[in-house]
Design a protein. Structure first.
Length: 177
């Protein structure tokens, strides 16, 4: 099966929302509202069109999706622009085929080309480290959510970008609606 990764296009929204809803339907940690978050983020000031990326399978339409939106890491004396990965979703029928990893790597590449040096996420502790994510706490970065520390992660998209970055991740208002 041929998989094509591309930027989201006008008209992709409904297919993306259905995909995200299906991908999180049976995830125990999910609130089953991730598709609504994506819809809100699409309308927010933190939305970056180049970082809304889909995976298409021949004859099957959109089977994977990733969205990176701008967040801030704020300390007492410094604010650093970063990106929040949310969500990364693959249709249940197409999981475990490398699509999620391909989307993540393409999103990292696109983000770095736009000058973003870091990304943060709340995700599975065994999946994301293979893509350069480490516990955010190891960098002195905290998340505003009540979540296990090993699931709160950060990665450098550009070498050395996390050097000296400490503080609390500040997510856009769309995450809290």
């Amino acid at each position: 099966m041929n998989i094509k990764i591309r930027s989201e296009r006008a008209g992709d929204g409904p297919a993306i929302y259905r995909l995200v809803e299906a991908a999180f339907k049976n995830v125990p940690e999910s609130d089953r509202r991730e598709h609504y978050l994506v819809e809100r983020l699409h309308k927010s000031a933190s939305f970056i069109p180049e970082l809304s990326i889909v995976a298409e399978a021949d004859g099957c339409g959109i089977v994977g999706y990733i969205l990176l939106t701008e967040v801030k890491i704020i300390s007492d004396n410094k604010t650093v622009a970063s990106l929040g990965v949310a969500p990364l979703a693959v249709s249940p029928r197409f999981q475990n085929r490398g699509i999620g990893g391909a989307l993540l790597l393409e999103a990292h590449k696109a983000a770095a080309s736009l000058g973003y040096g870091t990304a943060v996420l709340l995700g599975h502790k065994d999946y994301y480290p293979r893509f350069g994510y480490r516990r955010a706490a190891d960098f002195g970065i905290e998340f505003p959510f009540d979540a296990p520390e090993e699931c709160c992660m950060a990665a450098e998209l550009l070498p050395g970008a996390l050097k000296g970055v400490k503080g609390v991740v500040n997510y856009p208002e769309a995450f809290y609606e």
